[in-house]
Design a binder for this molecule. Structure first.
Ligand SMILES: *Cc1c(COP(=O)(O)O)cnc(C)c1O
Ligand SMILES: [Zn+2]
Length: 398
């Protein structure tokens, strides 16, 4: 069953619907877990090991073996910050971001509904993922990207997997509005995160974090927030496992935004339940360069209900954290993902995060998604002849 998060109106699973027909608010799937957690044991460690908890037809599954991503204990960085730090590495998904979790479920639903065309507006990763899953499913795929603002790796993926890519003169929020209008005219099935089936896939990040901690919640889950679907999904996941009795505590959901695109943090700091959109959002972290997040209600509920927090970080803090994670722990992430690490640092400094807390930072996308930013942050290699004497001298003098 699909239910409106604001007015509670209910809709059937077979309806193609993105927002509430009565009040216009966002929708969510309502499902109860009636299995024992033991049934997950011994299954291949991907997202579909939790298939009993995902409300789609399992005979229609379109999968690239997503989920089951690394959960890395990071003692060097954790000790420096005075916390027990684990990093959930979502860049290890098939197309290099957590969007694959949402897309495998969304595409499975598309097959169940029998649609022929899928579409999304994207800051990059949603389109990279959708185009791969659409190729696998054999469906036509339409993608709208904000012109000139998509990281190179993501653009390459969307085009290479054969999507019909259009560069829209406008920002992400405007591209999404146009794509949504076409979906409502039934030209295509919309697979942005306003589609509640996307979040049914992404909630498995929450499942895996508590499973990987030995059926325990961390004190806090920290992640970057853009359109605000992922923080809502992860909270839904951990709450479902809590309601099923699999875990005894809940984590504080902590959403980090870029200073130039921070409507959720602004709302949180005022205690509001809705955001005021930010006009002309700006940040180097293109994946979270969003001014009007569609899941603001769900995300703010997640933060308030979990006694969580929201904070902003600057582009400089993001780039510093990206380098720090890469150089102290060997984990390469794209700028948006590093917002979680930058946010952790800032919250430790501010005293919001207590010493000794067990923290999971979700790093959402792979370093190579945005190769230009990575290269720009480094000094270029020196050119040297392949002469052993010269090379030895350079190495020894360093
Ligand atoms: C999509 C994305 C985000 C933002 O997630 P939302 O669900 O839109 O809040 C953050 N980081 C990366 C790498 C992403 O691709
Ligand atoms: Zn409603």
């Amino acid at each position: 069953m699909i239910r409106c998060v604001s007015c509670g109106e209910e809709y059937g699973d077979d309806e193609v619907i993105y927002t509430c027909e009565k009040c216009g608010s966002v929708l969510e799937l309502v499902n109860e877990i009636d299995v024992s957690k033991d049934i997950f044991d011994g299954r291949k460690d991907n997202l579909w090991k939790f298939k009993e908890c995902i409300p789609v037809d399992e005979t229609k599954i379109v999968s690239l073996d997503e989920g089951g991503t690394p959960f890395c204990r990071c003692d060097k960085l954790g000790d420096e910050l005075g916390v027990n730090l684990y990093v959930k590495v979502e860049g290890s998904n098939p197309t290099g971001s957590f969007k694959d979790r949402g897309m495998t479920v969304g595409m499975t639903k598309a097959m169940e509904l029998g649609v022929s065309t899928v579409g999304c507006a994207s800051t990059g990763n949603t389109s990279a993922s959708l185009s791969a899953y659409a190729a696998r499913a054999g469906l036509r795929c339409i993608v709208f990207l904000p012109s000139g603002k998509v990281a190179l790796g993501k653009l390459a993926q969307a085009m290479f997997h054969g999507a019909e890519v259009m560069s829209i003169n406008g920002n992400f929020d405007e591209a999404l509005e146009a794509m949504t209008a076409l979906a409502l005219e039934k030209h295509l099935y919309l697979l942005n995160s306003i589609n509640p089936y996307r979040l049914e896939g992404q909630k498995t990040i929450g499942y895996e974090i508590v499973r990987d901690l030995g059926w325990q919640a961390p004190d806090r889950i920290i992640l970057p927030v853009g359109n605000a679907g992922n923080i809502s999904a992860i909270w839904k996941g951990v709450k479902e496992f809590y309601d099923a009795g699999f875990i005894k505590d809940l984590p504080m959901m902590t959403g980090i935004q870029a200073e130039g695109a921070c409507p959720v943090t602004n709302a949180f700091k005022k205690g509001d339940k809705r955001v005021v959109p930010v006009e002309n959002p700006e940040t180097i972290a293109t994946a979270i360069r969003i001014g009007a997040p569609v899941s603001d209600i769900k995300a703010l509920n997640a933060i308030y209900d979990s006694n969580g927090y929201s904070e902003t970080v600057t582009d400089e803090e993001i780039l510093d954290a990206q380098k720090l994670l890469a150089r102290t722990e060997g984990i390469g992430v794209e700028p948006a993902s590093a917002a979680s690490i930058a946010g952790l640092k800032k919250l430790v400094d501010e005293g919001v995060v207590d010493k000794g807390e067990t923290i999971t930072c979700v790093v959402t996308g792979h370093l190579l998604k945005d190769p230009n930013t990575a290269i720009d942050a480094c000094t270029q290699p020196t050119e040297v002849d392949a002469d052993i004497d010269t090379l030895r001298e350079i190495l020894m003098n360093k």
